[in-house]
Design a protein around this ligand. Structure first.
Ligand code: NAD
Ligand code: TYD
Length: 347
């Protein structure tokens, strides 16, 4: 590989993927196209800034000119991760989700065709299958039943990509990853939110009864899965990439509290997220068989290392949790925590 273009490389998974690609392809230049929205943070790639093979372009994936400029130098592949990624924000305002995840993905698909890029990996999510009742698991051909605006916008991106493949022969491969955790995750997602709140002695707002199930995958495993799809994925195919660590949110919360030595009294059961999907669970046999992908990081070890990272990088998340983050926090949790009882006001 000579030149790889990543979109959304200043985000959580994208920053790990950029690092992974620079190491795995020692001859390749890795170009990162990112708009730097609230979730994009150049600090996530501070260690790559001096690498002559790493290049950053600030731009919007929904802007064809930004893609033309980025792809002018040619590319062996585009790895498309740029997205609005948080379910709760999509409930407040779906507009940016439709723009970036639907229109942006369509714009990337057309640019890949225009520039005859030989491969596009579209990074999608297990959430497109919607809630999967026990004991079923969604395989790649399961119906798409997205349950919130975020997952609906991701499902629309997947469908556009498959339609593009059918209509134009666009060489797109789709990965559907499960809930991901690890260093540099924006502290709006549950795991870094709870780790940082617990560190600061603040409440952990657990939605509903805490019984919702997610399958946790370490971010380095997710990056390896995306890289495996780049190398071995067949155009037009979808691959489920999972961590194999299904936990209820309550189990995950208790594991965090045990690790940090914090009391359960920090947990607040708060009014549920509307339309909250009960369980995500995928059948991942196809990725094992066709991509040779197996997650490697055991959940307990990954969680312990992640907890240590947030403890040792307090300055990173304290900077992130300022300004607009505080407004978001009040909008999302103010009433919920007040509804959970008088002690819930401690934030
Ligand atoms: P993130 O929110 O941490 O980062 C998103 C990045 O995209 C940011 O750097 C942001 O600046 C950039 N971006 C947003 N809109 C853009 C635009 N219009 N143009 C260019 N850049 C833009 O997201 P993440 O958690 O790293 O997720 C990355 C991808 O993986 C997303 O497509 C998401 O749907 C998918 N995914 C995430 C998870 C998870 O658990 N986090 C699981 C499965 C799939
Ligand atoms: P989240 O990290 O938002 O990921 P997703 O909704 O994409 O799975 O949430 C993971 C789980 O944690 C989900 O079941 C919702 C729950 N959750 C809480 O209980 N409290 C919170 O404050 C957040 C953000 C999530």
């Amino acid at each position: 590989m000579r030149r790889l273009v990543v979109t959304g490389g200043c985000g959580f998974i994208g920053s790990h993927l950029v690092r992974h690609l620079l190491a795995a392809h020692p001859q390749a230049e890795v170009v990162n196209l990112d708009l730097l929205t609230y979730a994009g943070n150049p600090e996530n790639l501070a260690d790559c800034a001096g690498n002559p093979r790493y290049k950053f372009v600030r731009g919007d994936v929904a802007d064809p000119a930004a893609l033309d400029q980025t792809l002018e130098g040619g590319a062996d592949a585009v790895l498309h991760l740029a997205a609005e990624s948080h379910v709760d924000r999509s409930i407040h305002d779906p507009g940016p989700f439709l723009r970036t995840n639907v229109l942006g993905t369509e714009t990337v698909l057309r640019a890949v065709l225009r520039h005859a890029v030989p491969k596009l990996v579209l990074v999608s999510t297990d959430e497109v299958y919607g809630s999967v009742p026990e004991p079923a698991r969604a395989a790649e051909d399961a119906p798409l039943r997205p349950g919130n605006p975020y997952s609906a916008s991701k499902a629309a991106g997947d469908l556009l990509a498959l339609a593009h493949r059918n209509t134009h022969g666009t060489p797109v491969v789709i990965t559907r990853g499960s809930n991901t955790y690890g260093p540099f995750q924006f502290p709006e997602k549950v795991l870094p939110l709870f780790l940082t709140n617990a560190e600061a002695g603040q409440s952990l707002p657990l939605y509903g009864d805490g019984g919702n199930v997610r399958d946790w995958m370490h971010v380095e495993d997710h990056a390896r899965g995306i890289a495996a799809a780049l190398e071995r994925g067949r155009p037009g195919e979808v691959y489920n990439i999972g961590g194999g660590n299904e936990r209820t949110n309550l189990e995950m919360t208790r594991a965090i509290l045990r690790l940090l030595g914090k009391p359960e009294s920090l947990v607040r059961l708060v009014p549920d997220r509307p339309g909250h999907d009960r369980r995500y669970a995928m059948d991942t046999a196809k990725a094992r068989r066709d991509l040779g992908f197996e997650p490697r990081v055991p959940f307990e070890k990954g969680l312990e290392e992640t907890a240590r990272w947030y403890r040792e990088n307090r300055a990173w998340w304290e900077r992130v949790k300022t300004g607009a983050y505080r407004d978001y926090y009040e909008k999302q949790y103010g009433d919920r925590l007040r509804a959970a009882g008088p002690t819930a006001a401690r934030r």
